[in-house]
Design a protein around this ligand. Structure first.
Ligand code: KG4
Ligand code: ZN
Length: 350
């Protein structure tokens, strides 16, 4: 890679991770992430004010460490990308304020980017440039969406999403039912691996009757979560303790059956040959296994980010920033603010 490609500084502060990364084209030069998760864990959820304060405290040390890791100076940066949404307003505001100060001090262009699209863009850093068109499956604590990506910088369309809970959220709730620490997702995943996925058959949302066509690319996990709660309750009422590994395995199978089945269907419908997955839930072992198997039988490629880049990080922000710069997109109007509900079809702030 030549040094003539623009050098992008990426800043992430949508939730509890403070991330800073340096990317040149599709090469990750260095990145550092700090998290305030241990401060939230005892509350069983993210406390926004604690998260905002933690970003403020972590930002400068994290940025300095990232610059050092990448062996670059602030003056060498060509553009700055910062997550503008979706996320927690207070958390986003800290990152955006820092990015604006840096843009003013360095005179470099600033892009307010979509954090969720970043979850897909980050894959380019691991596996090389993304294909022009692909189906994006974004799965996290807040999102479960299927996207028709025609150009990651300029043309992203929404095929469908969850009608209620996101996949990660459903896992966290089932974790709570079974008494795991927060967030429950990784614990439920671990227990599921030790259970029998066929021992308990839980329902798949929107899979039958009229719903199947009407919600072709949508998901629904709240009925499933209720079915799991009822099963546990029923067993306990009958004086038995449910087998947590089998509950997790059956539940995980139902979630991942829906996610992978619909992602493959979308790719086939659109005639695309690639599915790109992103978001915290893409660390889920059964999702990775089942999607790889189903895609292979359908003759499709699957691109799954390495585990390190599944959870929120600065590299995903720098990666979408690099894609915007490469596509010749104009920087954001410097007056932009955080957009907690930034639409997935909007790759950056205008
Ligand atoms: O993308 P992310 O870091 O933050 C959001 O933007 O939401 O995703 C975090 C979510 C949490 O719900 C967490 O429990 C879930 O991803 N998660 C997992 C696994 N690893 C993280 N869920 C299931 N299996 C996993 N291995
Ligand atoms: Zn995320």
């Amino acid at each position: 890679m030549t040094n003539t490609e623009p050098l992008i500084l990426g800043i992430e502060s949508t939730c509890d991770e403070t991330g800073v990364a340096l990317v040149r084209s599709t090469e990750l030069l260095g990145d550092v992430t700090a998290t305030s998760m241990e401060q939230h864990a005892r509350y069983g959820g993210i406390i926004p004010e604690i998260a905002s304060r933690a970003h403020l405290e972590a930002f400068l040390p994290t940025m300095r460490a990232a610059l050092e890791k990448a062996a670059v100076k602030l003056a060498e940066i060509d553009a700055i990308a910062v997550a503008a949404g979706p996320g927690l307003v207070g958390s986003l505001t800290v990152g955006i304020s820092a990015a604006k100060a840096l843009a003013l001090a360095t005179g470099k262009p600033l892009y307010g980017v979509n954090h969720v699209i970043g979850h897909l863009a980050v894959d380019a850093l691991a596996e090389g440039p993304l294909p022009q068109q692909f189906v994006g499956l974004v799965v996290s604590g807040g999102h479960s969406n299927l996207l028709d990506v025609r150009n990651i910088a300029t043309d992203v369309r929404e095929l469908g999403g969850t009608l209620d809970d996101a996949a990660g959220e459903a896992f966290d709730k089932v974790g709570r039912l079974l008494g795991t620490p927060y967030p429950g997702g990784p614990h439920v995943d671990r227990m599921a691996r030790e259970g029998d996925k066929d021992a308990i058959r839980f329902p798949r949302g929107l899979a039958g009757g009229k719903d199947k066509e009407k919600y072709r690319y949508d998901f629904s996990f709240s009925g499933l979560k209720t079915a799991v709660a009822r099963y546990i309750e029923g067993m306990r009422k009958a004086g038995m303790e449910p087998n947590p590994e089998d509950v997790c395995a059956g539940f995980s199978e139902a979630v991942n059956d829906s996610l992978t089945g619909k992602a493959v269907r979308a790719a086939k419908d659109l005639g695309y040959d690639t599915i790109v997955v992103g978001g915290g839930f893409s660390a889920n072992s059964r999702l990775r296994e089942l999607l790889s198997a189903r895609a292979a039988s359908a003759g499709l490629q699957v691109r799954l980010p390495p585990l390190k880049y599944c959870t929120d990080n600065g590299a995903q922000i720098a990666a979408i920033g690099a894609a915007l710069v490469k596509a010749g997109v104009a920087p954001s109007n410097p007056h932009f603010g955080p957009d907690s509900g930034m639409p997935l079809t909007q790759t950056h702030m205008l």
